[in-house]
Design a protein around this ligand. Structure first.
Ligand SMILES: [Zn+2]
Ligand SMILES: [Zn+2]
Ligand SMILES: [Zn+2]
Ligand SMILES: [Zn+2]
Length: 462
């Protein structure tokens, strides 16, 4: 396979408008709110333009998919050109001596790697183990009192910033303990017993464990309770980490975004979901970066997407997935109004934008003749002639953008697509095909900014 990994991972961009004073991973243009219905969520405190960098964050913990162990650095996820192996096993590689030395966790995972892989456990279970073994047992014993009494919450209130590397922030992420069933509890107990037993084969418990004996020490029981909680946390808060593949040099044709692992980003985890994607997410190594893909007015929630977009799945399917996986019924605008999927969108009815309240002004494009439209919501009259002209220009802009994409002039394509999004947004209210097509193209171009992209040869040539 002819891999062409990048020498260095791409730089992680600065968030737009400067960093938030409390949430250093977020742009100042957003803030975090909390209410009983939605929990914590992110809102715009200034108008957000398409292309704004909203969040840039290093993971609290990140694990590679098993298939990547031989090609990617365990620690930073970079594709490794000249591998530095583990001194004790041939399971994993590192990109440098520094990464090997910072991978404290591997000294405990090393002797039980085969056992864990052989058990067939999910990547989220690996992530739960990693949350534990990336810190020494002495650390967890030092905070046992605060964890067991819940007093860590008071400690958090006294913190001035939301540091994504802070264990208490991680521990405080949503896990819906109160809604869990006995069955769910039982499954996790079985997993925890297995994990604690596996850890007993390592030096993790130092002299506070009971070794291979079947009895459990207090310390082992405490570690088990931490793992119980970590399994709950990863269920609701883990993100897939992906990398972008080109299928040939200097072409986007056939390119794809593929999973390489899973990670916890304590700030990124605060965004709520909407089926109307608000941001594109890409990665430099295992650092996550999100960029806005649409205009979001001040005061509106800034959503992430939990893998369910209205353009590619019907409402019932999306809601079922979100309910099963994340335990909520989606009430985004696409779900409330049952917006059509991309393939079913037509231009038979276009929703022009009210010039006063930006609300939709539906027009049947076959029969409608009058350029003046009255808004049902605010009563304002809007002349749609300029919007119609704008739409004609926007078609040309999109054509130019796709040309640039075909020629692999990605910087030019990016700015044209952003211009195109603004043209479309000033005229029409979603959903409509052209708009979502431009968003898709913009997301594709953004993904190429992620780290690790390389040319993948067709399978037959490997
Ligand atoms: Zn590395
Ligand atoms: Zn090893
Ligand atoms: Zn929805
Ligand atoms: Zn209006």
């Amino acid at each position: 396979m002819d891999d062409t990994p990048l020498e260095e991972l791409p730089a992680v961009p600065e968030v737009t408008g400067g960093r938030h004073p409390i949430y250093p991973s977020l742009s100042k243009k957003v803030d975090v709110r909390c209410d009983n219905q939605q929990g914590r969520y992110v809102v715009a405190v200034e108008d957000i333009e398409p292309g704004d960098t909203i969040c840039a964050e290093k993971p609290y913990a990140a694990v590679l998919l098993r298939d990547m162990f031989g090609t990617h650095c365990q620690n930073c996820f970079k594709i490794v050109k000249a591998p530095f192996p583990c001194k004790k096993c041939s399971n994993v590689v590192f990109c440098s001596v520094e990464c090997r030395e910072s991978a404290y966790f591997h000294s405990f995972e090393c002797p039980i790697q085969d056992l864990l892989v052989g058990s067939g456990m999910s990547i989220n279970c690996f992530l739960a183990i990693r949350l534990l073994v990336q810190k020494p047992l002495s650390y967890f014993l030092g905070i046992k009192e605060e964890i067991n009494t819940g007093r860590y919450k008071e400690a958090l209130k006294a913190r001035e910033t939301y540091d994504p590397a802070d264990f208490f922030r991680l521990y405080d992420l949503v896990c819906h303990s109160e809604q869990r069933t006995k069955e769910d509890f039982f499954h996790r107990v079985v997993m925890v017993v297995f994990l604690v037993k596996a850890l007993k084969k390592t030096k993790y418990f130092e002299d506070k464990g009971t070794g291979i004996s079947d009895t459990i020490s207090d310390t082992e029981a405490y570690v088990g309770s931490l793992l119980m909680h970590f399994l709950e946390i990863v269920q609701f808060n883990s993100h897939e980490v992906s990398e972008f593949w080109l299928m040939g040099p200097k072409t986007l044709s056939g390119s794809k975004n593929e999973a390489m692992g899973a990670a916890i980003y304590p700030t990124l985890a605060l965004f709520n979901h909407s089926c109307i994607t608000g941001q594109v997410r890409y990665f430099s190594g295992n650092s996550a970066i999100t960029k806005s893909i649409r205009f979001i007015p001040k005061g509106d929630p800034v959503p992430e997407n939990y893998g369910q977009s209205f353009t590619s799945a019907v409402r019932s399917e999306r809601r079922q997935y979100l309910m099963d996986r994340y335990w909520f019924e989606c009430a985004c605008e696409a779900c409330l109004r049952d917006w059509p999927m991309y393939q079913h969108m037509t231009n038979a009815v276009l929703n022009f934008k009210c010039r006063k309240c930006s609300g939709p002004l539906p027009v049947n494009t076959e029969t409608h003749m009058n350029p003046m439209l009255k808004c049902e919501k605010c009563g304002e009259q809007t002349n749609i002639m300029s919007s119609l002209k704008n739409l004609q220009n926007s078609e040309q802009t999109f054509k130019s953008a796709t040309n640039e994409m075909e020629n692999f002039n990605l910087e030019k394509a990016e700015s044209l697509l952003l211009e195109n999004l603004k043209q479309l947004e000033s005229s029409l209210y979603p959903p409509y095909k052209d708009y979502h097509q431009t968003q898709e193209a913009y997301m594709r171009v953004m993904l190429t900014k992620g780290g690790n992209y390389r040319v993948k040869q067709p399978k037959s040539e490997e």
